[in-house]
Design a protein around this ligand. Structure first.
Ligand code: ADP
Length: 340
């Protein structure tokens, strides 16, 4: 059964400072989408505890993630912004989905293989992470999920879980929609060290609220076209990460100019990076100003998140009532017979 207004759900981990990869791959789209869809945006702290972490830091990071999202333009008067652990139905539904998800499908997930390799001991929660993600999305019966390209495989699993649950428990009238990815044009931002995707956990990122001096200190030595060794060597913009960042932060005319100056060695990499830095500042400086304003209002973030959790819970409870009823599980107030 389709909902009257299309719904989106998307989440972000509070595992470190939100970065420009998160912004270009996801948050920028959220800001635009919030006016067209009924939107649920979530700081997914239950996901962040699947790898080793420090509890006091997690609390600060969760708060900081909310500040960044508000500063980036999430408007709590049109979108529901909340913290995952404030809505216990997420883990309740995840457990249910765990019982219908084959182990082999989880073991095949690329992100699991990557993260598991970096750790001595791997928690079962890390393996089951995409099941919790399916629960996050399906709890709100969201039809669309604005995410970066790295999440496409997980989303395919969410669709599979929705299909499987519907087939098993509501074969005649599917309850869960099969959520589709809404990909941004930027899709995947690489880290400044050129080692792989920009990520909070690998320290190769530019923070959304980072002071300009710190950003420049990271940008200056950032990896460019590896074949461009001397200032006078002509470069190949297409192989340069900095060039791709220009496309996200500068106008088409500037991007063309950058490409031309690189190919002809008219500019050195430092001049090119300065132009990128100026473009980034046009996007990031207003965010820093909004963040300063948010921080100057005591209790504001807590109030937004509290209201968001209350709204999210109303929807989540309704889903769980239906799910538990058809599965023969006890309702909130005890075991009542199910009348379809
Ligand atoms: P991280 O990988 O930094 O921990 P999350 O897993 O919390 O980030 O992802 C939050 C959102 O940001 C997801 O939609 C994800 O696809 C997007 N995202 C994360 N890193 C990148 C990147 N380097 N490029 C594009 N999008 C990204």
């Amino acid at each position: 059964m389709a909902l009257a207004t299309p719904r989106v759900f998307s989440g972000i981990q509070p595992s470190g400072e939100l970065h420009i990869g998160n912004y270009l791959g996801a948050i920028q789209a959220w800001v635009e989408i919030q006016h067209r869809y009924e939107s649920f945006f979530c700081v997914v702290d239950y996901h962040a505890i699947t790898v080793p972490y420090a509890p006091p830091e997690l609390r600060t990071r969760t708060h900081e993630a909310a500040v960044s999202l508000l500063a980036a333009g999430i408007d709590p008067s049109v979108a529901t912004l909340f913290v995952q652990s404030a809505v216990p139905e997420h883990t309740e539904l995840a457990w249910i989905f765990n019982t219908i998800t084959p182990l082999g499908e989880l073991e095949r997930q690329t992100q699991f293989k990557d993260k598991a390799q970096r750790q001595e001991s791997v928690a079962a929660g890390l393996l089951n992470y995409p099941v919790l993600q399916a629960a996050d999305i399906l709890l709100y019966r969201a039809d669309s999920v604005p995410v970066g390209e790295d999440q496409v495989q997980h989303l395919e699993l969410s669709r599979e879980i929705a299909r499987r649950w519907n087939a098993r428990f509501r074969p005649d009238s599917p309850y869960f929609p099969e959520p589709k990815a809404l990909l941004t044009p930027t899709r995947r931002i690489m880290g400044l060290d050129g080692s792989g995707k920009m990520s909070k956990s690998t320290g190769n990122s530019v923070g959304l609220l980072e002071p300009p001096d710190d950003i420049w200190a990271k940008l200056r030595p950032a990896v460019t076209d590896p074949k461009r060794v001397r200032r006078t060597d002509p470069g190949t913009p297409e192989v340069c990460n900095i060039y791709h960042l220009h496309k996200a932060f500068n106008s088409e005319a500037t991007v063309e100019l950058v490409a031309e100056r690189c190919r002809t060695a008219g500019w050195g990499c430092i001049e090119c990076k300065q132009t990128l830095f100026e473009g980034m500042e046009r996007t990031l400086a207003p965010m820093r100003a909004r963040a300063a304003d948010i921080r100057s209002r005591p209790g504001h973030v807590e109030e937004v998140l509290g209201d968001g959790a209350a709204t999210a819970r109303r929807v989540a409870r309704e889903t769980m009532r239906e799910v538990k009823a058809v599965m023969g599980l006890a309702a909130e107030a005890g075991l009542r017979p199910h009348r379809p």
